[in-house]
Write a protein that binds this ligand. Structure first.
Ligand code: CA
Length: 717
């Protein structure tokens, strides 16, 4: 049997009552354009909910609800929504994951390779653009595409985290850098893809890299000067050296072996939220590095603070409380997913909650003052645990799921793509529902019995060659048929699903909820859809020509409401899932910002039709055994970008069609020496010698000939 390789009534937002003085609402006689660019301060951000027309921070408000109070566009008139303007992003045809900020009539949006664009929010006219010139070869350190999720704004500046670990303050008027700091050790494979946040004059940023072998941490920098204010490490370092914080000495007791040599992981690569009244900053931490707990911490242990929600003091980075979703994490079950703060009634009692639907498939509702677990329930199909023990707060694991300990493969629901990944959910205080993009994909974890640490690419302790897709296309089709996705409306008070919309495809976009009784979401097939927030009834849909991952947002300028969406497909699934990704998204990948309003009259140009490449591999001269050795190397180091089993998901080069396949010297110059590093293909000389690279070439040639046979058989019918 083939294995399936497949890869959160609010009464009132507490923030509005929070600290920090009076809001500074856009005064009625003043036009947006008269304000200084990005004139955002503590008072405005704390009272952001009162400024319905602006979207001044990644999740709109510090509670990260992604709920727009605008209601010009409603369930009754959304059928008249039309394109207002579009803007072509100059970024390469890669995943686009940004949430645009719109502040006083100006949109600030980012794209792949950490590029920033300032646009007139009424017309889409470009005001300026900024390219931080991320070296192409840094892309190899990005587990999940060369993406960026947006900027933060504060006192006339914008803050950008770059893929290669820099934090850059830009003058919001001109896009010119004001200061730059390197937040990471450039000799380590760290990346930044998250949007920073600004709290009390400090810019907050984490990083990624827990697939590659790094130690997670989270930093605060002075917004004016770029000086480091504090840093919180999420996992302990070498215990023979002083611990950076007292809490890490306690955390170290939950680890075994020599984890620090592997990095340990726990990277804070996306979610943050802030409660001004409690003065607590919340972060989510990532998976262990490597994934395989038996390698990382032999003999077990919870491995704090992997896969945890942590509350910190924003002034000092002091630890307050944590909740660990997945003790002894071994499956890439990050808890970096979207964190939402809300006040909801549970069992007739008002509760201040923090909510998360992390990758592991359970929806958690915690008391955000204390970290107390209020409830947890699976929101997707889960087989690695049967539930959460409410006495201990721990998952009730299926022992067979610990592939590193059993030494046997484990086919898991969910897998490393998560039942919910980074794509933001949304909470409507009007319906009391969380709108959650869910994926239902299984994944086979095989223990890596020959674990070696590579300089380039993944180091996870799971054998991707053994877990690779079957070569029989019929078997792949069977796996494809099991893959699904859905949009769930989840009631966090009762931990029940109010409604769902099923999709045939798994890897879809983030979500926006609005006061117009609407929920907006884009899909892998390029559809941008509006649903009734209370019932899930589909009300409106348009075709964007490109697969969608990014979440929509809404703003108004001069009394007109707009809904904006970035399109561009790729990401972890788009790159790594090979044939499964190739067949599960719309062809064509034109990165754009699309903005809609009632009776918008703009039109997109005709869709791109990607040219079909000839499949013309050189003769197969290597033995099957050599090609098989090449498969192991390919699966370890190449497949996470170029696709499982040498089939591209359609985002970047399909190596079977590469002209370099028939030119061994060109192939060596690219793979060994980095001839295409500016284009994003890093050199692999640190991991592979020429003989090993030749084996990889033999494997790809073998796969190209298999495709030729499939094409020939199809041509006969
Ligand atoms: Ca991960």
């Amino acid at each position: 049997m083939s294995v399936t390789r497949v890869v959160v009534l609010a009464l009132v937002v507490v923030l509005a009552a929070g600290c920090g003085g009076e809001p500074s609402p856009a005064s009625k006689g003043e036009t947006a354009a008269a304000k200084a660019p990005a004139a955002v301060d503590a008072a405005r951000l704390t009272a952001a909910n009162a400024e319905g027309g602006n979207w001044m921070s990644y999740g709109r408000t510090y509670d990260e609800q992604r709920f727009s109070p605008l209601k010009q566009i409603t369930a009754d008139n959304v059928s008249q929504l039309g394109l207002a303007w579009h803007y072509d992003l100059d970024t390469a045809h890669r995943a686009q994951e940004s949430t645009p900020l719109v502040i006083d009539g100006v949109m600030y949006v980012t794209g792949a390779w950490s590029k920033v664009f300032a646009l007139d929010a009424r017309t889409g006219k470009e005001l300026w653009r900024y390219d931080p010139q991320v070296p192409g070869e840094w892309g190899v350190h990005a587990c999940c595409d060369v993406v960026n999720r947006g900027v933060a704004a504060w006192n006339g500046k914008l803050y950008l985290g770059t893929l290669d670990g820099r934090l850059i303050a830009l003058d919001a008027a001109t896009g010119k850098p004001v200061w730059t700091v390197q937040t990471t050790d450039p000799s380590q494979p760290y990346t930044i893809t998250a949007a920073p946040r600004v709290v009390k004059g400090k810019v907050l940023i984490g990083n990624g890299g827990a697939e590659m072998g790094v130690r997670g941490y989270f930093s605060a920098y002075d917004a004016d000067t770029g000086k480091l204010a504090w840093r919180f490490y999420t996992v302990p370092g070498d215990p023979s050296k002083p611990f950076e914080a007292p809490i890490l000495e306690k955390a170290a007791k939950t680890w075994k072996g020599q984890w620090w040599k592997y990095g340990g992981g726990g990277t804070v690569w996306d979610a943050m939220a802030y409660d001004p009244k409690l003065d607590l900053l919340y972060i989510g931490t990532g998976n262990g590095s490597p994934w395989n707990a038996a390698i990382r911490s032999p003999g077990g242990g919870d491995n704090l603070f992997l896969s945890s929600i942590i509350a910190l003091r924003p002034d000092t980075g002091e630890y307050v409380w944590h909740y660990q979703t997945t003790p002894g994490e071994s499956w890439d079950f990050t808890a970096t997913q979207h964190l939402i703060l809300a006040d909801i009634a549970i069992d007739g009692r008002p509760r201040q909650v923090i909510m998360q639907a992390p990758k592991n498939g359970f929806f958690y509702v915690l008391d955000r003052a204390t970290g107390e677990l209020i409830s947890a329930k699976n929101y997707a199909v889960v087989n690695w645990a049967t539930g959460i023990d409410m006495k201990t707060g721990r998952p009730i694991e299926n022992p067979a799921s610990r592939y590193g300990t059993t030494g046997k493969p484990w086919i898991s629901m969910p897998g490393p793509g998560g039942a919910h990944n980074w794509q933001p959910m949304a909470f409507s205080p009007l319906t009391g529902l969380v709108y959650l993009p869910v994926t239902d994909i299984a994944f086979p974890y095989f223990p890596d019995t020959h674990f070696v640490v590579n300089h380039q690419g993944f180091n996870v302790g799971a054998d991707f060659a053994k877990g690779a897709l079957p070569e029989d296309p019929k078997a792949v089709a069977q796996i494809l048929a099991t893959m699904k996705g859905h949009l769930a409306a989840w009631n966090p008070a009762t931990q029940t699903e109010a409604w769902r919309v099923e999709f045939p495809l798994p890897w879809n976009g983030g979500v926006l909820a609005t006061a117009g009784n609407l929920v907006f979401q884009g899909t892998a097939m390029g559809d941008f859809v509006a649903y009734r927030a209370d019932s899930g009834a589909k009300l409106w849909s348009t075709q964007t020509q490109t697969g969608v991952l990014a979440p929509p947002m809404s703003y108004d300028v001069d009394g007109e409401q707009y809904v904006a969406l970035e399109v561009g497909w790729g990401g972890a699934f788009g790159l790594a899932a090979g044939q499964l990704a190739r067949d599960t998204h719309i062809k064509g990948n034109t990165p754009r910002v699309l903005v809609y309003k009632l009776n918008g009259q703009d039109k997109l140009p005709p869709p791109e039709t990607p040219a079909a490449l000839p499949l013309n591999p050189p003769p197969e001269t290597a033995t099957a055994a050599v090609a098989e050795e090449g498969k192991v190397l390919y699966s370890r180091s190449c497949g996470t970008c170029h696709g499982d089993s040498a089939v591209s998901g359609g985002v970047i080069t399909d190596l079977r069609y590469s002209v370099a396949l028939g030119n061994d010297q060109l192939f060596q110059s690219i793979v060994h020496d980095g001839a295409y590093k500016a284009k994003g293909m890093a050199p692999f000389a640190s991991d592979f010698g020429p003989a090993e690279i030749e084996k990889i070439r033999a494997y790809i040639i073998h796969r190209a000939h298999q495709q030729l046979a499939i094409d020939a058989a199809a041509a006969k019918h």
